[in-house]
Design a protein around this ligand. Structure first.
Ligand SMILES: NC(=O)c1ccc[n+]([C@@H]2O[C@H](COP(=O)([O-])OP(=O)(O)OC[C@H]3O[C@@H](n4cnc5c(N)ncnc54)[C@H](OP(=O)(O)O)[C@@H]3O)[C@@H](O)[C@H]2O)c1
Length: 349
């Protein structure tokens, strides 16, 4: 089987993204090919050329970037029995991951090769555009919450036990945060979150028990009081400036002393070393690592399909469709660089 494939090519670090033809790549065992119908854009797709040297130093060019894809399965590789031609799915495309590093697996093209265990079938009621908001944000939250080298929490299930422990999600209104709140709730944990006040009701509707203004002058004391009556299960620190207050909170409360951060940097490393003196362990998340351990299949195969169908999990934040076709993606990235709030930018393909 073969199809005519176009891709949005990144010719070199810092080069201009340009639509051009590509070859159709058939799936290997354990893979599927999906006809892309919608993609979402992320900070990693919008980073300047020099940043590739630090964030994706292994990436070979020309490259096809992009991680968030929703569409229809058109071909299934050997050994894949869970997915079928015609299935509507959402998936985390792994083309820019170090262990994959292949243009065939970048999301920004018409036909994308995907690892089958990073693909989840969609209920008919969920449009591709809205489903596309999920993958990298949900994967990043899952890595932080569930991997053994991060918070190592119990995995989400359809009927979770009440665990009588609290997870703190600092940055609850980010795309990663709204997924973290829902994942932690579906794993049976109580959730306390931070955001700006305009997002309080939204985060409560997703399952947060208490939401505190992250800009409050008293934020650490308010969070300690809100969490206080239950031991801490762990802290997910999302966004600039999230580490100092979350380390302080973990140091003061009973329970887990683990803080998992989405923001690796040299300053994070220094803060992590200092935190150890207070008994707090800080670990940094790479949102693609779940594809290589038990967390990826636990989320994309075992949990998400049924949870989306039952309504126990919502594809959030709301998608803002900003264009049609691969050629619209560069403008979507420009818009992302200007900043977004409580939404994810999506392009229909
Ligand atoms: N390590 C990884 O693999 C990985 C993967 C994906 C994302 N990330 C990182 O995770 C972070 C969140 O990404 P995202 O795409 O989920 O964000 P996003 O959806 O663009 O988040 C937007 C929201 O962030 C909140 N915000 C702004 N500044 C903040 C701050 N200093 N602290 C906490 N919240 C803040 C704002 O809400 P309020 O006004 O309500 O606070 C805003 O609505 C980013 O730093 C991103 O680089 C890391």
């Amino acid at each position: 089987m073969t199809y005519i494939n176009d891709a949005l090519w990144l010719p070199k670090r810092g080069g201009d993204l340009t639509v051009g033809s590509s070859t159709y790549t058939a799936p290997k065992p354990g893979e599927v090919v999906v006809r892309t119908r919608a993609v979402a854009v992320n900070f990693v797709d919008a980073m300047p050329g020099f940043a590739y040297r630090f964030v994706l130093p292994w990436l070979t060019f020309p490259a096809v970037i992009g991680s968030d894809v929703a569409g229809e399965v058109v071909e299934v590789g050997a050994g894949v029995t869970r997915l079928h031609i015609g299935d509507r799915v959402v998936a985390h495309a792994a083309g820019t991951e170090k262990s994959r590093n292949t243009s065939a697996e970048g999301a920004f093209q018409d036909y994308v090769v995907l690892m089958a265990h990073m693909v989840a079938p969609l209920p008919d009621s969920l449009p591709f555009e809205q489903a596309a908001v999920l993958p990298i944000a949900m994967s990043t939250a899952s890595c932080g919450l569930f991997q053994k080298d991060q918070l190592a929490l119990a995995l989400p299930t359809a009927s979770p036990a009440n665990r009588n422990e609290t997870v703190l999600v600092w940055g609850g209104s980010t795309s990663v945060g709204v997924n973290a709140i829902q994942l932690a709730r579906n794993a049976g944990y109580r959730v306390v979150a931070t955001s700006s006040p305009k997002h309080f009701d939204w985060l409560r509707s997703l399952g947060a028990s208490v939401v505190i203004d992250r800009t409050s002058s008293n934020v650490v004391d308010e969070l300690v009081a809100a969490i206080g009556h239950q031991p801490l299960a762990g802290v997910l620190a999302i966004g600039a400036g999230s580490l100092p207050p979350t380390i302080e909170i973990a140091a003061r409360l009973p329970g887990s002393k683990r803080v998992s951060t989405t923001n690796p940097s040299p300053i994070t490393s220094v803060r992590a070393r200092l935190a150890r003196r207070r008994g707090v362990t800080v670990s940094t998340i790479w949102g693609g690592t779940l594809k290589d351990n038990e967390v990826g299949p636990a989320i994309y195969c075992d949990f998400l399909p049924a949870a989306l169908a039952s309504g126990a999990y919502r594809a959030e934040p709301v998608a803002t469709v900003v264009g049609d076709g691969l050629a619209s993606i560069p403008a979507a990235l420009d818009r992302l660089r200007e900043g977004i709030s409580a939404t994810k930018l999506v392009v229909r393909i």
